[in-house]
Write a protein that binds this ligand. Structure first.
Ligand code: IPM
Ligand code: MG
Length: 356
């Protein structure tokens, strides 16, 4: 198969972890006989510095003509500490989501046996946790208009907007995942307060009729935030709107004990995108200490979701598990006192392992 991949390394540790994922993608492609074509483009703070736009048109064109996008991370302290900056790296991310029609963000949350004691939760609560968050990504408060300030600057406003169509397509997608998993879907909203949430619940109840084999549960977002900590094993697939999903997925991401391990996929109308959920971690940039596993696992998701090549994805996952079992890991997940490895050594080891 021909694999046309757009590579957007971004800022901070993005380029380093991307290099490792590409080593693994190359090794897998060779082993399974795929023809790999990658092209790299600018995004994030480095794109602002180079061309004044965090998601340049040339980058968008590359994404549109590719079969999948591998995305590192964006962000720079230069912009984080300047609330008056008119162009920000995050604007590029939002523009990209909108222009590629990436309306669904999929974040699997699983735990790794060797890391159970790193979770802030008790090991018995965490062991066996395995759920997927499906977050709506191109609507709600992030994109609703009007948004802004009053003329005197003393009042600010954001608008939460959702249409039936936007809700229906994401809820249906979530049911699709539930059907392939344990057939349990939690619809998270704030229907006791918000009009958009009441529409979510109404539409979700309609779509539920089409999936009688799936057990549907409706939960207010505050309760869901609590349940994620109290009983994370009770979830299978969770679907929710943009802002709630942003918050709940960060909460969910710490359950497994390390942010450096969790991949994500964004899918929608055009090319799908695969990225680690961690940020650009500027303090670690260039030091060969960043954990490349989330980026490598994002590449595994790419094989599974974008190319429908589950064997390739599984081979990458096995190699990642093997590297952890062998203790070939970066310092953030190494047991106390154990030898630790650099970003590129972990990448080399996994690439060599998948090639076997
Ligand atoms: C995420 C991030 C982004 C978001 C930021 C960087 C704009 O937090 O992908 O979850 O809020 O969606
Ligand atoms: Mg977030």
């Amino acid at each position: 198969m021909k694999l046309n991949i757009a590579v957007l390394p971004g800022d901070g540790i993005g380029p380093e972890v991307m290099d490792q994922a590409l080593k693994v993608v190359r090794a897998i492609s060779e082993k399974f006989g795929h023809t790999l074509h990658t092209e790299t483009a600018l995004t994030g703070a480095c794109a602002i510095d180079a061309v004044g736009d965090p998601y340049p048109e040339a980058t968008h064109e590359l994404c549109m003509r590719s079969d999948a996008v591998l995305y590192g991370a964006i962000g720079s302290p230069k912009y984080d500490n300047d609330p008056t900056a008119r162009v920000r790296p995050e604007h590029g991310l939002l523009a990209m989501r909108k222009k590629l029609g990436l309306y669904a963000n999929i974040r699997p949350v699983t735990t790794f046996p060797s890391l159970l004691d790193r979770s802030p939760l008790r090991a018995d609560l965490v062991e066996g946790v395995d759920f997927v968050c499906v977050r709506e990504l191109t609507g709600g408060l992030y994109f609703g208009r009007p948004q802004g300030r009053s003329e005197d600057g003393r009042v600010a406003y954001d608008t939460c907007v959702y249409s039936r169509e936007e809700i229906e397509r994401i809820v249906r997608l979530a049911y699709g995942y539930a059907m392939k998993r344990r057939r349990h879907l939690t619809v998270v909203d704030k229907a006791n307060v918000l009009a958009t949430s009441r529409l979510w619940r109404e539409v979700a109840q309609e779509v539920a009729q089409e999936f009688p084999g799936v057990e549907t549960e409706y939960m207010f977002v505050d309760n869901a935030a609590m349940r994620l900590i109290q009983w994370p094993k009770s979830f299978d697939v969770v679907v929710t709107e943009n802002m709630f999903g942003d918050i709940l997925t960060d909460e969910a991401s710490v359950i497994s004990g390390s942010l450096g391990l969790l991949p994500s996929a964004s899918v929608g109308l055009h090319t799908s995108l695969f990225e680690p959920i961690h940020g650009s971690y500027p303090q670690a940039a260039g030091r060969n200490i960043a954990n490349p596993l989330a980026m490598i696992l994002s590449a595994a998701m790419m094989f599974e979701y974008a190319f429908d090549l589950p064997d390739e994805g599984a081979a990458i996952r096995r190699a990642v598990d093997a590297s952890m079992a062998a203790g070939i890991v970066t310092e953030d997940i190494a047991p106390k006192g154990a030898k630790t490895y650099g970003t590129s050594e972990v990448g080399d080891w996994i690439a060599a392992h998948v090639a076997q």
